[in-house]
Design a protein around this ligand. Structure first.
Ligand code: G4P
Length: 526
């Protein structure tokens, strides 16, 4: 069925059924466990564990990249799609752990909301804060799930304070736990007042056992824990902690839920909140200043490129977030940057580590285009009415290394390889005046990006390189006047980002940056 047959009302209805989000969390907070629990609830997979090859389920190892295999980690973002009731949920993976990289941030350009998953014993942790900052900058509404309530942790009210104090987001708990962390009996729904007792199923692998209980019954069963929860609920009622849609969508407040993903406790409530409160895909700003409505003709943008996922085919997969219209496999779309046609015969949908061919997709969905060597990060594709989405932001790098090849006979390939990696966004490539073209500088958000880059230079371009880490940790944009000022300072270097010509001042640490900025109030650093 083509879009004209489905009609724009049909496309708008499909967009309205979609929820596209990512889970942001620090390693070990339980993101993989939550992903599996959500999918289990949606009954897409019969048994938790079919999605990520982790832990004792390591049997499901991806064969995408040799390095991935050796290290037993996933370098690739997977987009997981499942239906729950009448809603299509697209859960985009933000790689964590050692593979934290620009890719992780870029995923957040393709979502409409995020779930911030906190470990009840640890509260806000560094990686969560970094990811949250990106959500804030991009205006992405954030829901919060306090995980691991089944084992000892921090006090619930103290966690609410921490969220408010440290990130300035007003917590509006939708559910409230009865029982401290480690003695979890269930939650009170703050909007209805209904208490649901929750127990893990025997073995914990199946949905939780839930039972609604009257206040009298709960008081009898849980005594002091019930009283404490009620006192806390009264405090919350007095402290502007009620859900407010406008504040949530504007990124001023965050709905909060409690649970334990490993035992499937509170996961159903989270899914329901995603359906009820998380925003559906909406019109997207374009470079012309007008928004592309979801029911326009097809458009999308590339937010991630994955090369060599399949060693026998050496292909390159571009992940496209659909922004408007109906995508149909085989349709010929236009690449906005070059104006050239691009055929989508090999469109795929990612499900964990497997791939399925897809026939159609709607706003909010993610499609993987195979053999997409002509596509780069941030590129716009469209059919029908022309459109161009703004380029994806570059994220401030925190790791820097000079890259050299000692074999001059491979220099041409070295240059070509570096250009390719830069275009794909594997690393940012900087040019330093003092080092020259022979020794470009790689800059990255996470050190794993360096490993991927050197591995690919060797495997795909046959170039062995040596990487020397530079003692810098902070970068800020500056301008030509700034470059002149910084020439007079020690312990700072100005480099040009090859991709967009931006001037980056790099410092060993933020204190050095602050000292220099303090000495030169006219200096542009942002
Ligand atoms: P990540 O993707 O965020 O890194 O976290 P992951 O899901 O791998 O979970 C990290 C650890 O935390 C795992 O334990 C997992 O079982 C545990 N976990 C996740 N959710 C909960 C929860 O709600 N309650 C409790 N008590 N634990 C939870 P592990 O020992 O590292 O691995 P495993 O052997 O249990 O798989």
């Amino acid at each position: 069925m083509s879009q004209s047959v489905l009609g724009s009302a049909g496309v708008a209805a499909q967009a309205g059924r979609r929820r596209t989000f990512a889970v942001i969390s620090h390693p070990d907070a339980g993101k993989s466990t939550m992903t599996e629990a959500l999918a289990l609830h949606a009954r897409v997979i019969g048994q938790a564990g079919a999605v990520h090859g982790k832990g004792d389920r390591r049997g499901v190892v991806s064969d995408w990249m040799a390095m991935e295999q050796e290290r037993g980690i996933s370098v690739t973002s997977a987009a997981l799609q499942f239906s729950y009731r009448d809603t299509v949920i697209n859960l985009l993976d933000t790689p964590g752990h050692a593979d934290f990289s620009e890719d992780t941030y870029r995923v957040l350009t393709a979502v409409d909301s995020a779930v911030m998953l906190l470990d009840a014993a640890k509260g806000l942790e560094p990686q969560t804060l970094k990811l949250f900052e990106v959500c804030r900058q991009r205006g992405i509404p954030v829901m919060t799930f306090i995980n691991k309530w089944d084992r000892p942790g921090l006090d619930a009210l103290a966690l609410m304070d921490e969220i408010e104090q440290r990130i300035g987001l007003r917590p509006t708990p939708l559910t409230w736990p009865v029982g401290i962390a480690g003695h979890f009996h269930g939650v009170v729904d703050r909007r209805t007042g209904v208490f649901t007792r929750m127990q893990r199923s025997p073995g914990g692998a199946d949905l939780a056992i839930e039972e609604e209980m009257s206040a009298a019954e709960a008081a009898q069963q849980f005594g002091g824990d019930w009283d404490t929860a009620n006192e806390e609920l009264e405090l919350l009622a007095l402290s502007e902690a009620d859900y407010d849609e406008k504040d949530f969508l504007a990124g001023r407040s965050t709905p909060v839920l409690f649970g334990a993903a490993v035992a499937n406790l509170g996961v159903r409530q989270l899914l329901n909140v995603l359906l009820e409160l998380a925003p559906a895909p909406s019109a997207r700003p374009t470079v012309s200043g007008t928004d592309r409505p979801v029911d326009g003709t097809f458009s999308g943008f590339v937010f991630k490129i994955q090369a060599n996922m399949n060693r026998t085919h050496r292909d390159q997969l571009a992940f496209v977030r659909v922004c408007s219209g109906r995508f149909e496999r085989g349709m010929v779309v236009t690449h906005a940057g070059t104006g050239k046609p691009f055929t989508t015969k090999y469109a795929q949908q990612m499900f964990g580590q497997g791939r399925d061919t897809i026939d159609e997709a709607f706003p909010g969905d993610v499609i993987g285009l195979v053999n997409a060597t002509a596509l780069g990060i941030g590129d716009t594709l469209y059919a029908g009415d022309a459109v161009q989405f703004p380029p994806l932001p570059s994220f401030p790098p925190e790791h820097f290394a000079v890259v050299r090849t000692s074999d001059t006979s491979t220099f041409k390939r070295f240059r070509r390889g570096i250009e390719q990696l830069d275009g794909e966004g594997v690393v940012q490539v900087l040019r330093s005046e003092q080092r020259g073209d022979q020794a470009p500088v790689f800059a990255a958000v996470g050190p794993m990006q360096f490993e991927v880059a050197t591995h690919r230079l060797e495997a795909e371009f046959g170039v062995k390189v040596q990487l020397d880490r530079l003692p810098y940790e902070v970068a800020a944009r500056t301008d030509a006047a700034g470059r002149e000022i910084l020439r007079t300072e020690a312990n700072v270097e100005v480099m040009t980002r090859v991709r967009d010509g931006a001037l980056l001042a790099v410092f060993p640490h933020k204190w050095r940056m602050r000292t220099i900025a303090g000495r030169h109030p006219e200096l542009r650093l942002d």
